[in-house]
Design a protein around this ligand. Structure first.
Ligand code: ADP
Ligand code: MG
Length: 339
């Protein structure tokens, strides 16, 4: 019998990888914003049209790319962020998989413009479905602009699977807010269909939260703070009387990366025990700083789940810190003498 195994062509491999990295327009937003942050941008502009279905455009003033790097950035497993497997345990960047641009370019029309500070001229690249259409020399400001058009144009099943504009835009705003909350020292703007939805000037953590969630938020924030050998905890929890039914004001960041952690969420709930009415949810914006070698981020392509070396200590410290801060603000369980 003849042999039947063959290596997939690159564009097919890229399209398969894209299925993991790019679930919806919001996934593209996350990847492009993270790349801009890794490029040390201080101002980042996000422009979307039709909830990202027709356009997702990110413009940054970061360090840009050389002509060769610009071309290479679309290759799979091409990254400037790590060189060896050991580097995975000492990550200071959001990215490291070298998959995002290759994946995105496999399933959309992409136009990249970029220039480094030291270069006089920049470069423009157009790619469609992994295929290089043009690369040319242009004049452009230092930094990078990436426009992703017609996402999933070559995968009708995925395109048809997208939800309404309202739902997809909600996901985009969620990603945008998570990134903006993690980086108050960077200015962000978001336009949708020509309307400015957010304009967030550089500021501090508290001000950034208030700018995103509205002026009334300020009075409800209780600061939390704790420094130990294994973790630095900072951020805010909402006073119990401001608790809401929805869970949309619950944020954990680890080394300035938004993460989901049912386990740590439980620690916060435990700290609020006796303070909240049934079904009410605490608000929290919690920033954890840990040694990069004590966490593993590489357990899922979207990197929103993390494995901590010492989860139990973290849980205990978080609960104690939040409890202590709530106590300092004279918030203690109400004693009900009638029972
Ligand atoms: P990763 O971020 O995991 O390295 P990506 O596919 O997202 O992989 O990007 C590939 C490479 O392209 C990055 O490592 C970086 O060198 C370069 N790059 C991507 N976006 C930008 C940007 N906005 N500014 C400067 N360089 C960028
Ligand atoms: Mg990236």
């Amino acid at each position: 019998m003849a042999d039947i195994i063959r290596l997939l062509p690159d564009h097919v491999a890229n399209q398969i990888a894209a299925g993991e990295v790019v679930q919806r327009p919001a996934s593209v937003v996350k990847e492009l914003l993270e790349n801009a942050i890794d490029a040390k941008a201080t101002e980042i502009k996000l422009i979307v049209k039709e909830a990202g279905k027709t356009l997702i455009h990110v413009i940054d003033n970061g360090f840009g790319m050389s002509e060769t790097d610009a071309r290479l950035s679309f290759e799979r497993h091409a990254t400037s962020k790590i060189q060896a497997a050991e580097d995975l345990f000492n990550l200071n960047t959001k990215g490291f998989r070298g998959e995002a641009l290759a994946s995105i370019a496999a399933i959309a029309h992409v136009e990249l413009q970029t220039k480094k500070e030291a270069d006089e001229l920049g470069t423009r690249i157009k790619i469609e479905g992994s295929k290089l259409i043009t690369q040319e020399v242009i004049t452009t400001p230092t930094g990078t602009s990436i426009a992703v058009k017609n996402l999933f144009y070559n995968i009708p099943a995925r395109r048809n699977f997208l939800k309404s504009d309202a739902v997809e835009l909600r996901h985009i705003i969620d990603e945008f807010q998570r990134v903006a909350l993690a980086h108050p020292d960077i200015g962000f703007v978001l336009y949708h269909n020509g309307n400015e939805l957010f304009n967030l000037p550089k500021s501090n953590y508290r001000q950034r939260i208030v700018n995103i969630l509205g002026g009334k938020t300020n009075e409800k924030l209780v600061p939390i703070q704790e420094d130990t050998d294994i973790v630095k905890i900072s951020g805010f929890v909402g006073k119990p009387e401001f608790a809401k039914k929805s869970r949309n004001e619950q944020f954990f960041f680890v080394n300035n990366r938004f993460i989901k952690s049912p386990y740590l969420h439980h620690a916060i709930n435990a700290a609020f025990e006796g303070l909240l009415k049934e079904k009410m949810q605490p608000s929290y914006f919690i920033y954890l700083e840990v040694h990069p070698e004590t966490i593993d981020i590489n357990i899922h392509p979207t990197k929103t789940e993390i494995k901590f070396d010492d989860e139990h200590s973290l849980y205990a410290m978080l609960r104690a810190t939040v409890k202590h801060s709530l106590g300092q603000f004279n918030i203690a369980p109400v004693l009900d003498f009638d029972r």
